[in-house]
Design a protein around this ligand. Structure first.
Ligand SMILES: [Zn+2]
Length: 464
């Protein structure tokens, strides 16, 4: 079980007379995460993740991983350092490279601290033993740090110079097969976002511009978003104004149905999918052997989820100015239990109830998901304030009313809801319902209405 007294939790204390620089605009997630000691600033644009927030990151990783495995993904790890030579071959060093971190080793060889790994993974396949068409599709993914020397890093984990990303690269025998892979991975993305229960918008990205290639972005709607999204309430069309071109910035009719019911919102891009064709496989010579044993160029796709950005953007959408609110599957703990204050008159009689409750809660949600705030030198009020600001889905207080002979009452504070006074049995039922809801989210399958190839839906059918 997790004990609050042992938690490393370096709360930011701002002296009362401190002058807060007005030039620095903080987002809600950044402000709360820093004030509450969940993240600390490393250097400008980099962040140190403290134990409570690390639990959230780990939960997000495991949820992404679960969905990638369901989409047929296999996990790998590629080095952060990619030889610059590879990027020269694909022409990507010819554009604006001001956001790349370039380093040299002692022999003078140049490397990129990779912001993305298309070159590295494609070169790896090109130098592997010949791949047979029978081994395809191949869906490889990794989760690791990415680097971008942002001109304006801001809003904490939303736009940092170092961030955590899941990136998947897929390889298929043909364009058609690559499109099937695209549909499968897109389904996994949509499932992941539904599991987080934060409203998201999937928008067309560069369709048309990249010559028939498919690309979509997933956004959370927030005033701190850096993209302008067009949303048509007549046909459901959604697009990113920036990639639709300059006309779209001022357009008053829907590009899809020409209706005028077009609205604009700010979006935070949290994921991106792309059908790449042979853009990387051709220059890097990544091929497979077809049925007649002849080499053919692999058809690729790439799929990213910004792990740390999803977390920050979800907090941005859900939280209030004073209190964090988490997606249920990402909250650091399910339940926080606060016991009586040391030396209070109810301490002795309610401690037995507190211990019983701890055991029962452990049975229901597991010791790992339980935070016991046993800092008994602090008042209940002070600890409750901390619990509310940290946004635990459920906080239980075993206080004075738990000492009543007849029908002892506990306080239950659900994140974002009014306080309830309940019996121990009722509290345990609420916790059980919460755990059950999480299970249901995890077991979500593809939406039945969703387009998918028949082999895929059969595979889903077998799971039941
Ligand atoms: Zn429309």
């Amino acid at each position: 079980m997790n004990k609050a007294s042992r938690l490393f939790w370096p709360v930011l204390i701002t002296p009362k007379n401190a002058v807060v620089k007005q030039t620095e605009q903080l987002s809600r997630s950044q402000k709360l995460l820093m004030e509450l000691g969940l993240i600390k600033s490393g250097s400008n644009g980099t962040y140190q993740i403290m134990p409570i927030a690390q639990r959230v990151v780990d939960k997000c990783i495991s949820l992404v991983q679960r969905n990638m495995q369901e989409a047929g993904g296999q996990k790998i790890s590629l080095p952060v350092l990619t030889p610059a030579q590879l990027w020269k071959k694909t022409g990507r060093l010819e554009g604006d490279i001001s956001e790349f971190y370039m380093v040299r080793d002692r022999s003078g060889k140049q490397f990129l601290m990779s912001p993305t790994h298309e070159e590295a993974v494609t070169a790896m396949l090109a130098t592997a033993a010949p791949i047979s068409y029978r081994q395809l599709p191949l869906r490889l993914y990794q989760i690791g740090p990415k680097f971008r020397d942002e001109l304006k890093s801001r809003f904490g984990l939303m736009r940092a110079k170092e961030f955590l990303m899941k990136d998947m690269y897929t390889f298929d025998v043909s364009k058609e097969a690559a499109e099937c892979t695209y549909a499968t991975v897109s389904d996994a993305y949509e499932r992941f976002f539904r599991q987080l229960e934060v409203p998201f918008v999937k928008v067309e990205a560069a369709t048309g511009i990249m010559g028939g290639s498919l690309s979509h972005e997933y956004h959370y709607i927030s005033p701190v978003g850096e993209d302008t999204l067009l949303n048509c309430s007549a046909c459901g069309y959604a697009g990113n104004a920036e990639v639709l071109g300059s006309d779209a910035e001022t357009a008053s009719t829907c590009p899809s149905c020409q209706s005028t019911q077009l609205s604009r919102v700010r979006g935070v891009e949290v994921a991106h999918t792309f059908l790449l064709g042979d853009k990387y496989s051709k220059p890097l010579g990544a091929t497979f052997l077809n049925k007649s044993g002849k080499p053919e160029t692999l058809q690729m796709g790439c799929y990213g989820v910004g792990i740390t950005r999803v977390i920050a953007a979800a907090l941005e959408v859900l939280s209030t100015e004073q209190e964090l609110r988490w997606p249920k599957l990402l909250a650091p703990y399910d339940v926080c239990l606060i016991g009586p204050k040391q030396g209070s008159k109810e301490q002795a009689p309610v401690e037995r109830l507190e211990n019983e409750l701890l055991q029962q809660l452990t049975q229901i949600c597991g010791a790992e998901q339980l935070l016991h705030d046993e800092r008994k030198e602090l008042t209940i009020g002070k600890r409750l304030l901390d619990a509310k600001r940290l946004g635990h889905p459920l906080t239980i207080v075993v206080g004075a009313k738990a000492a009543q002979q007849e029908a002892p009452q506990l306080e239950l504070h659900a994140s974002g809801a009014e306080k309830m006074e309940l019996s121990a049995a009722e509290v345990l039922r609420v916790v059980a319902t919460h755990v059950q809801h999480k299970q249901q989210l995890l077991q979500q399958q593809q939406m039945p209405s969703h387009e998918q190839d028949t082999s895929e839906s059969q595979a889903v059918g077998h799971v039941h």
